[in-house]
Design a protein around this ligand. Sequence first.
Ligand code: MRU
Length: 343
Amino acid sequence: MPSLKQIVEPIRFESDQLQLIDQLKLPSDVNWVPINTVEKGADAIRDMVVRGAPAIGVTAAYSYALAFKSEDPSDARLKYVRDTLLNTRPTAVNLAWAIDRMESKVTAYLKSDGMFYQYLLDEAKLIHEEDRQMNRKIGAHALNLIEKGSRALTHCNAGSLATGGYGTATGVLYSAWEADLLEHVWVDETRPFLQGARLTAFELDRAGLNYTLICDNMAASIMARKEIDFVVVGSDRIVSNGDVANKIGTYALAVMCHFHGIPFYVAAPSSTLDFSLENGSQIPIEERRRTELGEFNGRSIAINQQKIFNPGFDVTPANLVSAIITEQGIHRFPYTKSLESLK
Ligand code: MRU
């Protein structure tokens, strides 16, 4: 049976510090960045030193705990910490989910007599470990969908680097690889921030999977040649009706899959579900710096940097999603009903 060579984990808590792999430097350098304040944690999320919805949530939880290492939990401090973390990136709901969960611990603490910082840190470590475990379960459930000899395509990086470890979409690929079901992975470059080229290819290389990097605009022709059996992606937010926000370009892939009759799967933990929203049109979509598109290798490639539109995410309508794989199992359309058990 094939095995995984190495799974890169992007987040660790050591020597009383949060440490993050600087994902801006990958794949050429593997540098660890120490984080010891909530402000530094927020900067790391905003600047995309750490990115990917579940990894953002885990980082926010540790940063939340660090905010109370030597500060009392006054109302003003609690509000400051919440706002500082929340005002970083708008689309991934795992961020608000993690902050809410840490805040619920504050209320519970008032009834305990432990050390406040340690109490919060334990919760952050639990969130981290639970995320790893959810990803393993997602991978295990996905095996029911994948046939031997399958060739997959993935977009962006929904890997170990985007989570507490193992990955959601990439976790599906890892478990299929280990079960000897997966033959090959096409990795979308993922314009304009290149998470596929810089991060997913790096991860799959380290893990020892058989993969090939392509530009996003090559996917349709490879589908037409019948060299893709399924597409699997992660998500930043899935709402009540099953509409899925994920990296820009995901919607195009789902449309192409529909046209070619290829299953389009979304893998995500329950922390990515947002039942407060009814449909995808309500999801806030992050607009990112124009230079991500207008510059290449530090050089301008656009005549007018102002005439650029750069949304970081798009929304795939639920009816284009063949299945949503969570830690609880495989959910099918209509999602309003099949996601109910996760509320
Ligand atoms: O802008 P990014 O790199 O944070 O976007 C990441 C994605 O879109 C991922 O696919 C998503 O967060 C799922 S990660 C398991």
